[in-house]
Write a protein that binds this ligand. Structure first.
Ligand code: FAD
Length: 416
């Protein structure tokens, strides 16, 4: 770690040493940027991949070393200073400087804000009892893993991707898992009904008790530790561990306090510039107009978005004005199911099922006004790969052809 006194001013200072921040530093070096770069991160570890936290890092199949974004020696070799264990608490756009919680000021010529988000917490009583966990960083998962030996029953609050992935891993580890979802289906925010019902059923098949429309009243404690989740109707679901997967809040307070435009995330333009001079924002915390959401201003929480926005900033800093226009993609692994998503399904008015859910290999294709806007592909990598061109071009395709697995999707793309 570099002492701040020896590095008071950086050409590019990146706040947040996660996916987006790390990739911004990597991309800057890749495009030939020769100035000084520092990555300030409040976690103690060098940048690592977050997706395995709810998948094979939680299951113990991957070690921490295997989820590092680059080998630990990479950063120094590329002249990138890692300032770890440091939280930035304020930004002074006029002085071009940030301040850390330990009272250190660090100057910048360009600031890239890549601070991601903080897990949304429950507010009911018992929310901070021992045994109640989020799944956002390595420390969260290490804490969970250390408790697992004495846990036989787990309640997962939230039926989104992270909650369902954790449920799948813990079921495989032999725990009795209950998933509580407040809405009337799992994955309701991100997927169409057929996909929700498919995943719900698969979890039930593996013995998960999936409760829909479930309202949590509180977490019951015994000697300071969670011993159950009480539902609004009065029922108590006993457990030794609670996992809360109810989304994140973008980590943008210091930027908004400094006057940046935004709210749910900090607003950026097509080059990831915020409204403050020389300050960019990328990744989970950046609210941007997305061409694949019909131009709506959204935040995307995905490795794709973090990586591609990082590339946009690096190129822009290097003088290449190429706006951020990237087809969104995402994946989720649960049991033997590999879900791959391309495009954004929000706002669809029609879905087409392609393949057979009963054989665990199918795609759900989303259309808006006849145009293909997204695909959710379950164990159907070919559809995922070939469907990208349909999403990219916004192709209007006969739904009957889309639904016929005998017709390859690449035959339906405009160039074909
Ligand atoms: C469990 C889990 C599973 C996921 N699975 C998938 C998946 O399968 N596919 C997919 O595409 N995406 C997945 N994601 C989402 C993906 O990991 C995120 O979209 C991506 O990490 C976003 O990168 P980021 O750099 O914006 O934020 P992060 O990776 O969260 O990095 C932000 C970093 O900034 C630090 N920080 C915050 N505030 C400050 C501050 N004030 N000062 C200093 N440092 C600060 C944070 O501690 C963190 O280290 C998953 C996420 C999680 C948590």
């Amino acid at each position: 770690m570099v002492a701040p006194s020896s590095a008071p001013l950086y050409d590019v200072l990146i706040v947040g040493a996660g996916h987006a921040g790390a990739q911004a530093a990597v991309s800057l070096r890749q495009v030939g940027f020769a100035g000084t770069i520092a990555l300030v991160g409040d976690e103690p570890d060098p940048p690592y991949e977050r997706p395995p936290l709810s998948k094979d890092y939680l299951s113990g199949e991957k070690s921490f070393e295997r989820i590092l974004i680059r080998p630990a020696t990479f950063w120094a070799e590329r002249g990138i200073d890692l300032l770890l264990g440091r939280r930035v608490v304020s930004v002074d756009p006029a002085r071009h400087a940030v301040a850390t919680a330990d009272g250190v000021a660090i100057g910048y010529r360009l600031l890239v804000w890549a601070a991601g988000g903080r897990p949304r917490r429950l507010t009911c009583s018992g929310h901070s009892a021992a045994g109640v966990h989020s799944v956002r960083d390595r420390a969260d998962v290490d804490r969970m893993a250390a408790e697992l030996d004495r846990v036989s029953r787990v309640v997962v609050i939230g039926g989104g991707y992270i909650g369902l992935e954790a449920a799948a891993v813990l079921t495989k580890l032999g725990k009795a898992v209950t998933v509580l979802e407040a809405l009337d289906r799992v994955l309701a925010r991100v997927a169409g009904e057929p996909l929700s019902y498919f995943f719900e059923q698969r979890h039930r098949d593996h013995g998960v008790d999936v409760r829909l429309g479930a309202q949590v009243a509180c977490i019951e404690e015994r000697d300071g530790a969670a011993c159950g989740v009480r539902l609004a109707g009065g029922e108590l679901i006993p457990c030794e561990m609670v996992i809360v997967g109810i989304g994140i809040e973008p980590a943008v307070a210091p930027l908004l306090d400094a006057g940046a435009a935004g709210g749910n995330g900090v607003l950026v333009d097509a080059f990831c510039r915020t409204s403050l001079p020389d300050i960019y924002a990328i990744g989970d915390c950046a609210a941007h107009a997305n061409a694949f959401a019909a131009g709506a201003t959204i935040r995307l929480e995905s490795v794709q978005n973090a990586t591609d926005q990082a590339g946009t900033v690096a190129r822009f800093v290097h003088g290449e004005e190429k706006p951020y226009v990237a087809v969104p993609w995402f994946w989720s692994n649960q049991y033997d199911l590999k879900l791959q998503t391309v495009g954004l399904s929000t706002g669809h008015d029609q879905t087409v099922l392609r393949g057979d859910p009963d054989r665990s290999s199918f795609s759900l294709i989303y259309l808006r006004a006849g145009a293909v806007i997204a695909l959710d592909c379950v164990n159907a990598t070919r559809d995922y790969v070939q469907g990208r061109a349909l999403v990219q071009s916004g192709a209007v395709v006969d739904p009957a052809l889309l639904g016929d697995p005998a017709v390859p999707l690449k035959a339906l793309a405009p160039a074909a």
